[in-house]
Design a protein around this ligand. Structure first.
Ligand code: NAD
Length: 247
C-alpha cells in the first residue's frame, strides 16, 4: 500500500490510537536513547561505522569476554557506559503513558536503564543492564561505579572476575523476561515499535506475536519489517511526546 499520508496526518492517527487505548505496549531499541547522546549500533552515527581492532560483535561476545577479558573491559568502559546520560522526551512520554494507565509495558533491548530513570516501572530488559554487575565466583552485586572506577579487569573482594549483567553475543536471553514480553505483545491493543533496526534475534521476533491492527513503527531509517506496520512513521521516537493524550 502506498504511503501517502503526511507526517501531520500520521501524528494525528497516533494521537487518536493513544487516547483510545489502555493497553499500549512499547518495544524499542538503541534509537530510543540516541537523543540522550548514547550512540546506537546501526544508525548513521552508530558504533558499527567506527573502526576497531575487532568488530563490535566479536568484542561483545562471550568468547571474547572470556579470552580477552582486559580488552573487553577497555571497550566496554569506553563505548557502553554513559553514566551522565539522562532520559529524553521519548523515555518521558512512555513513563507518562504508563502513569495514565495506558502503557502496560516497555520492552527494551537497551541496557542503559533510562526508561526506569524516566519513571517507567514495568520495563522488560531483554538484554540486561549495565547498572547491574555480578561476581562470577561468589555472585556478589557490584554497581556501575565500581566498573567505572576500576582499571583492567574488575575484580570482586573474593578475587573473582565481575561480569556485567548484559546479554553478550552467544548468550541466551532470560527465559522469564522473554516469556513475559511475548505475553505483553500478544495482549497489546496498540503496539509501538521504535528506534530499533529489528535485526537482533530473538528480540526482533516479538513482532510476530502481535495480534492487533494498530502496529506503529517509528524509526529514522527503514527496517525489514516496515511492511507489517499499520502506521509507519519515518522520524524520531521522541515525537511520541507530541502525541500524548491530554489527561
Ligand atoms: P540498532 O543500532 O541496530 O538500530 C537502531 C535503529 O534506530 C536504527 O535503525 C536507527 O536508524 C534508529 N534510530 C536512531 N536514532 C533514532 C531516533 N532518535 N528515533 C528513531 N529511530 C532512531 O539498535 P537495536 O535494534 O536496538 O539493536 C542493537 C543492540 O545494541 C541491542 O541489542 C541493544 O542491546 C544494544 N545497544 C544498546 C544501547 C543502549 O542501551 N542505549 C546502545 C547501543 C546498542
Amino acid at each position: 500500500m502506498a504511503d501517502t499520508q503526511s507526517m501531520e496526518e500520521k501524528k494525528e492517527i497516533l494521537k487518536q490510537w493513544l487516547s483510545g487505548s489502555h493497553n499500549i505496549v512499547f518495544f524499542g531499541g538503541a534509537g530510543v536513547s540516541t537523543e540522550s547522546n548514547i550512540p546506537d549500533f546501526r544508525g548513521v552515527d552508530g558504533l558499527y561505522r567506527q573502526k576497531y581492532r575487532y568488530p563490535p560483535e566479536t568484542i561483545l561476545s562471550r568468547t571474547f569476554y572470556e579470552s580477552h577479558t582486559d580488552e573487553f573491559f577497555d571497550f566496554y568502559r569506553d563505548k557502553m557506559l554513559f553514566p551522565e546520560a539522562k532520559p529524553n522526551a521519548a523515555h518521558l512520554a512512555l513513563a507518562k503513558l504508563e502513569q495514565a494507565g495506558r502503557c502496560k509495558a516497555v520492552i527494551t533491548q537497551n541496557i542503559d536503564g533510562l526508561h526506569q530513570a524516566a519513571g517507567s516501572r514495568k520495563v522488560l530488559e531483554l538484554h540486561g543492564s549495565v547498572l547491574r554487575n555480578f561476581c562470577l565466583c561468589c555472585g556478589r552485586f557490584h554497581g556501575i561505579e565500581e566498573i567505572l572506577s576500576s582499571r583492567g579487569i574488575p575484580r570482586c573482594e573474593c578475587g573473582g572476575v565481575i561480569k556485567p549483567d548484559v546479554v553478550l553475543y552467544e548468550e541466551g536471553l532470560d527465559e522469564a523476561v522473554l516469556q513475559e514480553a511475548v505475553r505483553c505483545v500478544r495482549a497489546a491493543d496498540v503496539l509501538i515499535i521504535g528506534g530499533t533496526s529489528l535485526t537482533v534475534y530473538p528480540a526482533a521476533g516479538l513482532i510476530d506475536y502481535y495480534r492487533g491492527n494498530k502496529l506503529v513503527l517509528i524509526n529514522k531509517s527503514a527496517t525489514g519489517m516496515d511492511s507489517q506496520a499499520d502506521l509507519l512513521i519515518a522520524g524520531p521516537v521522541s515525537l511520541l511526546h507530541e502525541c500524548l493524550p491530554q489527561e
